[in-house]
Design a protein around this ligand. Structure first.
Ligand code: HEM
Length: 386
């Protein structure tokens, strides 16, 4: 079997030009041509060398950033394709596996990106100092693909740390970059589309299974039962403690059962999902053992993995920055450096924050509303819900 980028065709032009030409003609293309290695391999311009003071570690610095940018490109490619799969009135369930596969791929790439950091950390702060001045004002802050990736996943402008808000300043005269950023902010993000999908979760229909009403009743029954048990305790300290706990849980549940309370959290950036999407996510989490909810549940898990790895990357990057330039120096991009980056570690940057917090609202298995025959029928026959 002939493959353009494997076995015999892995001959560089220099190895055996004649044989290479013959193989090239047979397979259509050589390894180096197919991958355009001429461009990639020759794209490392060391500023220190150009200034006649070559610094060994600048090579690693450039390669690491380029590797990142290539992976960012792949992630954007995957996110765009997943957004297309989600961006329909009713997601064809036969595509859920494909969505899942691609989301999982993104998570694994992001994990790899976190692991790039220790490689760069083999460079010492003194080594970095040897060439840092040549970089200014270049900064990862100007990575267009990083911003596009964040926006397409669903990081919202209003949740960003202030310094980060004026792309026009950051990308200067690059109108193409600004246009792409604006487009990525206005198009539905992955998070927006996931919410639309969750809102259509079968079983939420008020004139059907009406999961939300049943769930709310069972939660209230559970809380009332716990309250009665607490009231019956003879030990005053324990009784007060248990009653306080029940009241606290009531308050927490109030934020999902009362739409105004939910919206208030959304407006403060403490919750991101729509009221209905929250209901879908809770339902999928509770009934994840049902065949039709098993893949959607894995989708939710993958989305959390993606957020987790993004957060881990931010954290590892901040640690590296502190190690390289300390916490008082400005960044080459003009920010307060470490201080600015540390402020981006907050939950405001977690796109799927609500999925992490779902565990707050789970109830014991025996209190989950039992499925009706109709609902079982719907879940087992894959009948279209919309
Ligand atoms: C020696 C290694 C590094 C140092 C000292 C460093 C330093 C910094 C600093 C100080 C900032 C804040 C913006 C500014 O420049 O004022 C920043 C932002 C950033 N850097 Fe790095 N960086 C390093 C490596 C990397 C690598 C390998 C990447 C991979 C692409 C990267 C990507 C970014 C991104 C995307 C931002 C913007 C983050 C945000 O605004 O949320 N950096 N970096």
């Amino acid at each position: 079997m002939s493959c353009p980028y494997s076995s015999a065709s892995i001959l560089t032009n220099g190895d055996n030009a004649q044989k290479g030409e013959v193989l090239g003609a047979e397979t259509g293309m050589l390894y180096g041509d197919y991958l355009m290695l001429e461009k990639i391999i020759n794209a490392q311009r060391m500023q220190s060398a150009e200034s006649n003071r070559p610094v060994h570690d600048e090579h690693l610095f450039i390669i690491t950033h380029q590797a990142y940018e290539l992976w960012f490109k792949q992630i954007i490619f995957e996110v765009d394709s997943i957004r297309d799969l989600f961006n329909v009135y009713a997601v064809d369930e036969s595509r859920t596996l494909e969505i899942l596969k691609r989301l999982n791929r993104i998570a694994i790439i992001l994990k790899l990106l976190v692991d790039h950091i220790p490689i760069l950390e083999t460079m010492t702060p003194l080594d970095f100092m040897d060439f840092r001045d040549y970089l200014s004002p270049a900064s990862g802050f100007q990575s267009l693909q990083f911003r596009l990736m964040e926006n397409k996943l669903g990081v919202k402008q209003e949740n960003r740390v202030k310094y980060n808000q004026r792309y026009q300043d950051v990308f200067g005269g690059d109108s193409n970059a600004v246009d792409l950023i604006i487009k990525s902010e206005t198009e539905p993000s992955l998070c927006d589309l996931v919410q639309k999908w969750l809102e259509r979760t079968p079983g939420l229909e008020e004139d059907g299974f009406n999961f939300w009403q049943k769930f709310q009743k069972n939660v209230n029954d559970l809380l009332n039962e716990d309250e009665n048990k607490a009231k019956a305790l003879t030990d005053e300290f324990l009784r007060n403690y248990r009653l306080m706990d029940v009241n606290k849980r009531r308050d927490v549940y109030h934020t999902i059962f009362n739409q105004d309370a939910h919206e208030a959290l959304v407006s403060r950036g403490e919750r991101k999902f729509s009221y209905k999407a929250m209901q879908g996510a809770i339902m999928i989490t509770l009934y994840r053992d049902e065949p039709r909810f098993s893949q959607p549940h894995q989708v939710l898990t993958c989305l959390m993995d993606i957020d987790s790895f993004m957060t881990k990357w931010r954290y590892s990057h901040v640690m590296m920055v502190q190690r390289m330039i300390g916490s008082q120096q400005l960044g080459t991009g003009g920010s307060s450096g470490y201080q600015y980056l540390r402020s981006t570690l907050s939950d405001r940057y977690k796109v799927f924050l609500d999925l992490f917090n779902l565990s707050t609202f789970l109830i014991p298995r025996q209190n989950i509303p039992p499925l009706t025959d109709e609902m079982i029928d719907q879940l087992y026959t894959h009948r279209k819900s919309s």
